[in-house]
Design a protein around this ligand. Structure first.
Ligand code: FAD
Ligand code: MLT
Ligand code: ZN
Length: 472
């Protein structure tokens, strides 16, 4: 596109969305043209930020007419480059941040309707103020948006009890790739009226439509809880502890996070206000939490289970959170691992899942491979072990060299992902595909699945307007 037609397009956009909704100066657009890991640096025709769904619809219709690719961006906290435009200067970045109203809360129906640009922490707060609980929780909750969470089908630390983002949704409103608005904001618990469009849009990473609002499920507010940092010897002991906790506490077990000592060390080194949770260091830790919507003595329950686990030599040591401050300290240690890893230097990340019962064997086999083949790196394997989801990350060793280390990324990824496939696992447990894992998806998804996905994409978005070059 030459300069003259670019200017004419921008003038048209301004007439549709208003002068202040179309950013083009590099100092205004730069932050939206790069992903948070700084893996992808794009260049957009403009960055636009509409205020309401009708404006989004008009924008999409205009994009179809002019065959302009549209990259929807939420909080830009995603890990797969899904919200970053390509380098062509021809795509638009659509910011959702101005569609940020809580439209309604229906406490009696245990539901709330929010716009896609609401920051996740604000959604949680609004539910709390209505004496209800919205369970989606992840380290980026202060900046990611609910629209981005749904578009990526985010996971986080409460999946064990409440499920993934998809499981938390009753209805959706979205602008489809032809510019029509699908008003599907139902708040029904039961609704078998044909294909489930909301489930299709959730997890589609902006490739099938723009999510503009959602009706979310709420739960009773948490009235009691118990949190412990537990030291263990091996991932196999973690698995046995998980079984014991589920047997004794059932649905009350909401989080079960696995941390190796190296993750604690990195966090203590780089992140302020973090404390070693136990008197000495241990090979592995589990951060577990019980919660309930009624008043119960969960501390006692957790203590009893941990005592039994100690008798069975599954647990080496444990600290129960004796106050909300200690509880937050434990969670700070866990949630700061990605930040600490970033401070340590470059890393090669894998967001994988295997059947929960296979977690110990997978860790053993994959760790051995890393020890044997990645002399210039060290493993930081942690995550949502209760869901079988591990962040199997490898940091460059201090004396290693960035370029040489990163040059081996394709080989390392191939070995780890092949192993995941052998364990009947997934190469993307919760972060999505975006641009980063497009080729991996081609390799590991079945031809039938890929053909089906392509057919759906073509049927809904025949001109390839929605987030071109992502996922497929
Ligand atoms: P973005 O990064 O802006 O976009 C992500 C994708 O969604 C892109 O493809 C984009 O085009 C699309 N998209 C965004 N908004 C919309 C919309 N309204 N309609 C259609 N498409 C849209 N993820 C987890 O699952 N679990 C975790 O535990 C977790 N922890 C994290 C911790 C940290 C410290 C960080 C930095 C990230 C973490 N993430 C985690 C990854 C990330 O926060 C999630 O993927 C999150 O859901 C992305 O939301 P976002 O608003 O930032 O989306
Ligand atoms: C987490 O669980 O901490 C994230 O999903 C992983 C990451 O940020 O690398
Ligand atoms: Zn995670």
């Amino acid at each position: 596109m030459n300069e003259q037609s670019a200017q004419s397009r921008i003038a048209q956009l301004r007439s549709i969305l208003g002068e202040d909704s179309v950013l083009t100066r590099p100092e205004d657009t730069a932050a939206f043209e790069v992903d948070q890991r700084r893996l992808y640096h794009g260049h957009a025709l403009a960055v636009v930020s509409p205020r309401q769904v009708e404006e989004v619809a008009a924008l999409v219709a205009w994009c179809v007419q002019h065959r302009i690719g549209l990259v929807t961006q939420g909080g830009n906290t995603g890990y797969c480059g899904g919200a970053t435009p390509d380098e062509s200067g021809l795509q638009l970045v659509l910011l959702m941040r101005r569609l940020n109203r809580v439209r309604s809360i229906d406490a009696a129906n245990f539901s709330m309707t929010v716009e896609a640009g609401c920051v996740l922490a604000n959604v949680q707060r609004a539910a709390d103020m209505a004496d209800r609980f919205f369970p989606l929780s992840l380290g980026a909750e202060g900046s990611c948006q609910i629209g981005g969470n749904l578009a990526t089908n985010a996971g986080g630390v409460n999946v064990l009890r409440y499920g993934m983002a998809r499981d938390l949704v009753l209805g959706l409103e979205a602008v489809l790739p032809d510019g029509s608005i699908w008003r599907g904001l139902k708040s029904l618990r039961k609704d078998n009226t044909g294909y489930d469009l909301k489930s299709l849009l959730i997890g589609s990473e902006g490739t099938l439509g723009v999510i503009t609002a959602a009706t979310l499920k709420l739960w009773p507010k948490i009235r009691s809880g118990a949190t412990a940092m537990v030291a263990i010897s091996t991932p196999a002991d973690a698995l046995a502890l998980l079984g014991l906790l589920r047997e004794h506490s059932g649905e009350r077990l909401s989080s079960f996070e696995l941390l190796p000592r190296v993750a604690i060390d990195l966090t203590l080194r780089y992140v302020s206000a973090t404390h070693d949770p136990l008197g000495q260091s241990y090979p592995w830790y589990v951060l577990c939490e019980l919660t309930s919507g009624t008043t119960e003595n969960l501390n006692e329950q957790l203590q009893q289970t941990l005592a039994l686990a100690m008798e069975r030599s599954l647990v080496l040591d444990a600290a129960l959170a004796t106050s909300e401050r200690v509880r937050l300290d434990f969670w700070r240690l866990r949630e700061s691992v990605p930040e600490a890893q970033r401070h340590e230097g470059v890393s090669i990340k894998h967001d994988i899942s295997v059947p929960v019962a296979s977690v110990p064997d997978f860790i053993a086999e994959a760790s051995l491979w890393v020890r044997q083949h990645v002399a210039d790196g060290f493993l930081v394997c942690y995550g949502h072990a209760g869901d079988g989801n591990l962040h199997f990350n490898i940091n460059r060793a201090t004396d290693g060299e960035n370029q040489a280390f990163l040059a081996r990324e394709p080989v390392i990824k191939r070995a780890i992902h092949d192993l995941v496939a052998r364990y009947h696992g997934s190469i993307s447990a919760e972060h999505g595909i975006g641009r980063l894992k497009r080729e991996e998806l081609q390799r590991y998804a079945s031809p039938v699945q890929l053909a089906c996905m392509r057919a759906i994409k073509h049927a809904l978005d025949p001109h390839g307007i929605m987030n071109p070059g992502k996922v497929l």
